[in-house]
Design a binder for this molecule. Structure first.
Ligand code: CO
Length: 167
């Protein structure tokens, strides 16, 4: 691979075929599937949509009120992922307080995995701090867990395992 000016050619040429196999094997062992969504905390959905939908050009799929979490979420698919705009609907939820303290902005990223329990065990073994040591199962069968931002360079990372077989 020729040098593309980003240092990638160099990196690739220094990896032997057997190392490529090892890299491939290690990667498949992690069972990471895709970036499922990026969640953005907003004060007002309509106002946020005027940027994300009207100005940037994403398509709004639907808005869902999740009363158990005291939020309204707008889902804007993009490729295999989506942007979720999250607006607290009460004043005293954890998210509402976070919004008041830190202001609107990026809240978390969500990575979909094949087997969330296996991934959690693997991360714990590597010393990664977790907010949820056991996955939480939602009404739709989806399982989720949050990793602690202290272990992820200040980024709140959510893991998902979706029910059923992947297409
Ligand atoms: Co999320």
């Amino acid at each position: 691979m020729p040098d593309d000016g980003l240092g990638r050619g160099e990196a690739c040429s220094s990896v032997s075929p057997s190392e490529v196999l090892i890299l491939y094997y290690n990667n498949s062992m992690t069972d990471l599937i895709r970036l499922n969504h990026v969640a953005v905390l907003v004060e007002d959905l309509d106002q946020a949509l005027s940027f994300w939908q009207d100005q940037l050009g994403l398509t709004l799929d639907h808005v869902e009120t999740v009363s158990s979490m005291e939020v309204k979420i707008a889902f804007l698919p993009l490729g295999e992922s989506e942007i979720e705009l999250v607006q607290p609907t009460t004043e005293d939820s954890g998210l509402a307080k976070f919004l008041k303290k830190r202001g609107p902005g990026l809240h978390h990223i969500c990575i979909e995995v094949e087997d969330i329990s296996a991934k959690i065990a693997d991360l714990q073994e590597k010393g990664v701090r977790l907010i949820d040591e056991k996955p939480i199962t939602m009404d739709d069968g989806r399982k989720l867990a949050f990793l602690h931002p202290k272990s992820a360079g200040g980024v709140l990372v959510e893991l998902y395992e979706l029910p059923g077989e992947r297409p």
